[in-house]
Write a protein that binds this ligand. Structure first.
Ligand code: MN
Length: 228
């Protein structure tokens, strides 16, 4: 190919047992656990799922430190189950949604909460609050065939060993098949897409030097230290 500048490297997530999962896009679900929707000041019963995105190269893998981001003094953690799409499709039905899933991982939707608050107040996009460099730490992906359906189980985040978020995947407002069905009506899903499926209650600040550990039943834990 006659590229006029060198093309970017493919962002990829290690797979448990070997290999790399190449990332195409990152979609995130907002307010998908009732208690979290309430803690953010919303009524969870009235809202259909909504989505935002992060660039593919915001992933942070291999337990690397996360540099403290620029332009914020209120970095927040959101522990989330991540779904990795292996087979593309549009207008996917809930019944067939699981056949499109390649695997699952534990992830962190890191958020510049102060910038998000400004954006919300001004009715502006969330991109710079959500899609900044290294904003999507993710653990190793486990193939779905090794896990089954993953419809319930603990989803926990500790900071320096203290539990901050402690939820259950079963408490999602929109299930994984419903999310895939809904999202695939908005865009054609493609192999390599990741979906961050929302966070339980207890989101809070991550400070410089903090050690974050995300744990989801059946998945490898994700440990990330926040840098200076
Ligand atoms: Mn989130």
């Amino acid at each position: 190919m006659n590229y006029v500048i060198p093309p970017a490297a493919v962002a990829a997530v290690p797979v448990r047992g070997g290999g790399l999962f190449p990332v195409r896009r990152i979609f995130c679900v907002g307010r998908n656990y009732e208690a979290h929707a309430r803690e953010m000041g919303h009524d969870p019963s009235r809202e259909p799922p909504f989505f935002f995105t992060k660039p593919a190269d915001t992933i942070l893998t291999g337990g690397a430190d996360m540099p403290y981001p620029s332009a914020t003094e209120e970095l927040h953690h959101e522990v989330e189950l991540v779904v990795a799409i292996g087979t593309g499709g549009q207008d996917i039905t809930e019944a067939e949604a699981r056949t499109h899933i390649w695997g699952y991982a534990a992830g962190l939707d890191m958020t510049r909460r102060d910038l998000q608050a400004v954006a919300k107040k001004a009715a502006r996009p969330w991109d710079m609050a959500k899609g900044f460099d290294h904003s999507a730490p993710i653990g190793d992906i486990v193939p779905a065939k090794e896990l089954g359906k993953l419809t319930d189980g603990h989803i926990i985040l500790t900071v320096n060993g203290e539990t901050r978020q402690d939820g259950d995947i079963a408490d999602m407002i929109w299930t994984v098949p419903e999310i895939i069905a809904s999202l695939s009506r908005l865009v054609r899903l493609e192999p390599g897409d990741l979906i961050f499926t929302g966070t339980p209650e207890g989101v809070a600040e991550a400070k410089r030097g903090d050690m974050l550990e995300a744990m989801i039943s059946g998945l490898p834990p994700l440990r990330v230290r926040i840098g200076d």
